[in-house]
Design a protein around this ligand. Structure first.
Ligand code: NAP
Length: 306
């Protein structure tokens, strides 16, 4: 019989993909907000203890970065406090938590990629609450894995990629921020990597396992700006259809948002590479691997493959 993995936040971009990535090794129990509301802090412990999973994988979060500025209490409960309660229940059961955090724990002022050991300095409520969640989880259950990820996209859920895909075919001109850099990361790749690391970690001897627990940056190689990513999305659309839209780069100050974002979101996977020896593919390669099968399906009706 397979061990049981509980995926919390199973309807999100990453949660959905985790359900399938973990499916080979685990009997996956997929809980959406309907089954477990992380804003209802008292319900967390009893529900996890009743289920008795072998691992808790938390893909749920308050991810509305701008809205978090005006809803800091709810964002703090879901992102800051709930991970600690997941950790407490996990510790009681003697099981690990796999959790996801963000590049937004950093100020973005560093020149070059961020390491796990770099000082944090979130610029907005979302980043502050996510940082609190990392700390709360590791205090409650140190035998956990936290992956800081960034610029997540998927083909079928709301994200920058899908927003661009829609706007590029309906607008004549689009202005996109060019002075914030990061590495776009497909949800499917992130989920596969997290599942693989969990497996490798689980196979380690106990003392090695303890040393290898904690915080990891998980991000593809290379970097681009939102503008650069939009250019690649436009290029991929033009492989299959005429898209007359003109793209222009703008500075972030010309696109004001309630939450300030870091200018540099690039993270280095050094700890992941050194501990688990995993290769780090380029973000652009991953982009084409991720979208190629979907683009074939997305060809406008009535057109023929060339
Ligand atoms: N997206 C990014 O670019 C990005 C970047 C860095 C880090 N991350 C982190 O990666 C993880 C996954 O993000 P994602 O991109 O998959 O986000 P997502 O698509 O917005 O999914 C988040 C999920 O969390 C659920 N959720 C929100 N509030 C909840 C609550 N109170 N109780 C239970 N579930 C709740 C949402 O449910 P509903 O559908 O009901 O709202 C949604 O299914 C998060 O930890 C996020 O902070 C994401």
């Amino acid at each position: 019989m397979k061990p049981k993995a509980l995926v919390v936040g199973a309807a999100g971009q990453l949660g959905r993909r985790l359900v399938s990535s973990l499916g080979g090794d685990y009997e996956v129990v997929a809980w959406t907000r309907a089954e477990l509301d992380l804003g209802d802090l008292e319900s967390i412990g009893p529900k996890i203890l009743a289920l008795r999973p072998s691992v808790v994988v938390n893909a749920a979060a308050y991810t509305a970065v701008d809205k978090a500025q005006s809803e800091p209490e709810l964002a703090r409960r879901v992102n800051g406090q709930a991970p600690g309660l997941l950790g407490q229940a996990a510790r009681e059961l003697g099981i690990p938590v796999v959790h996801f955090s963000t590049d937004y724990v950093f100020s973005g002022e560093k020149t070059g990629p961020y390491l796990e050991t770099d000082p944090t300095g979130p610029l907005n409520q979302y980043g502050r609450t996510k940082l609190e969640g990392e700390q709360a989880l590791l205090a409650a259950q140190p035998l956990s894995l936290i992956f800081r990820i960034s610029w997540v996209y998927s083909f079928d859920q709301p994200c920058f990629y899908n927003t661009m895909r829609k706007l590029l075919v309906t607008k004549e001109e689009l202005k996109v921020v060019a002075d914030q850099i990061g590495a776009p990361s497909p949800a499917g790749w992130l989920a596969d990597q997290a599942a693989l690391v969990l497996k490798l970690w689980g196979n380690m001897a106990p003392e090695q396992r303890e040393a290898a627990a904690g915080l990891y940056h998980l991000s593809p190689e290379g970097q681009t700006s939102w503008f650069g990513f939009a250019q690649e999305i436009l290029g991929s659309l033009r492989l299959h259809q005429e898209v007359p839209c003109r793209l222009s780069p703008i500075p972030a100050q010309d696109y004001p948002t309630p939450a300030q974002r870091p200018a540099n979101s690039v993270m280095h996977n050094r700890r992941l590479a050194m501990t688990f020896g995993l290769p780090r593919p380029d973000w652009l390669t991953l982009f084409f691997v991720e979208i190629a099968p979907n683009l074939r399906g997305a060809r406008p009706s009535g057109t023929k493959p060339s």
